[in-house]
Design a protein around this ligand. Structure first.
Ligand code: HEC
Length: 367
């Protein structure tokens, strides 16, 4: 009895498949492995802060969790410059490192004041830092159209700055965007600040995603001023991510899991490991939604996301070894070693220096 069941089960293992089929499966598993690694690299560019390979708890929290109740524009100009330069990270660098003529301004000021470039950068930072503060003050004061700018006179200064910002404007260093009015009060030209710092990229006709976000008129700016409803990702984006993951990735993990379920490993291992990425993904995605209500769930996103990766990695490596006999196993081992070596080289030669570079420029800009 037992032996005939054994035989039946054995007749279903992958090793029995024609070698062409096994090579296809091996190539498939390897492609999935490489694809998954690229997805991690993409995650790095989208969400990791400077100096990190993968996003940490803080980054996951801001991407999915609840946020202080402010509009996207306010959040983006206040967020730390070390965060990625996109809609989930920050636009603060637009006032500094990504401002037109940033290096030139530093060099010129250093020459003019006869100080080092580091000193000059600090001075410019101190003054420019007032620009996002003025924008935020304007938003908190109601972001009224008649305080933005006068369309008949681009050089008008309409917004009277609150004391908290005005008191920090140095008398000796007038900026193009701040001026005292007849009553001796500091005023700001908010429209000019945004035109100068943001519209360079966010203008009609600019290509790609940046061009779709236009800030050249008060009406368009207002689209980004309304509070985001206390949450990171828009509901629309979250719903889209959810279906992309549940349909697309489910297909992928379903296949790798299915392949693994026909390996010759003990039934317990197969029963646990085969559905693991699928189940963990469902839990991870549930946490995306739960994190909107309570940011602690962003830890679940990291934990379950990590288990998806572990499960998939185990399926790929163990699955590959199970497909072939001794000779094939040696080839697989060599391939895996070569793969690990390439990842190592890519990491130390390209990714790590890139992260180091980010880290040092972030420290530089923070000082
Ligand atoms: C150097 C070009 C550049 C400058 C300057 C710039 N941005 Fe951006 N902005 C981007 C890019 C790139 C994105 C990400 C677009 C994407 O992939 O969705 C972005 C995204 C945004 C978004 C997110 C919109 C969304 O729907 O997710 C807002 C809001 C925004 N920028 C506001 C600003 C503000 C305010 C300024 C000025 C302080 C500014 N940007 C300056 C390039 C720029």
């Amino acid at each position: 009895m037992g032996s005939s069941l054994d035989l039946q089960r054995k007749s279903l293992v992958l090793r029995q498949l024609p070698s062409a089929a096994r090579v296809v499966l091996a190539a498939y598993l390897i492609s999935v492995g490489i694809g998954y690694f690229s997805a991690l690299v993409q995650l790095h560019f989208q969400h990791a802060s400077a100096g990190q390979f993968l996003p940490g708890p803080d980054e996951v929290k801001t991407a999915y969790g609840s946020r202080p109740n402010m509009g996207q524009l306010e959040r983006l100009v206040l967020a730390d410059e070390s965060r990625p330069f996109n809609g989930a990270g920050q636009m603060r660098e637009a006032f500094f490192r990504r401002a037109a003529g940033w290096r030139r301004d530093i060099r010129e000021l250093a020459k003019e004041k006869n100080v080092s470039e580091d000193e000059a950068e600090k001075l410019i930072r101190k003054h420019r830092g007032l620009e996002p503060d003025a924008i935020v003050a304007w938003i908190r004061a109601g972001a009224a159209k008649d305080t933005y700018k006068d369309s008949t006179d681009a050089k008008s200064y309409k917004f009277v700055l609150p004391e908290e910002v005005a008191s920090r404007i140095p008398d000796d260093a007038p900026s193009d965007f701040f001026k005292k009015n007849e009553d001796g009060k500091w005023t700001a030209n908010i429209g000019e600040i945004i035109d100068n710092r943001c519209v360079r990229c966010h203008k009609p006709g600019a290509r790609g995603a940046v061009g779709a976000i236009q800030l050249d008129e008060w009406e368009k700016v207002m689209d980004y001023v309304a509070p985001e409803g206390g949450s990171g990702m828009s509901l629309e984006k979250l719903a889209q991510s959810t279906h992309v993951h549940l349909l697309g990735f489910a297909m992928l993990y379903g296949l790798t899991g299915f392949i693994f379920s026909f390996t010759s490993y003990p039934a317990t291992i197969r029963t646990v490991l085969s559905p693991l990425p699928l189940v963990m993904q469902v839990l991870e995605i549930s946490c995306w939604w739960l994190a909107r209500a309570d940011a602690t769930f962003s830890l679940g996103i990291m934990a379950f996301g990590g288990l998806v990766a572990l499960g998939l990695g185990a399926q790929i490596v163990l699955g590959l070894f199970d497909l072939f006999d001794k000779k094939g196993k040696i080839v697989i081992a060599l391939l895996l070693i070569a793969g690990a070596a390439s990842v190592g080289v890519i990491y130390t030669q390209i990714i790590a220096p890139h992260i180091e570079h980010q880290k040092s420029s972030a420290i530089h800009s923070a000082s």
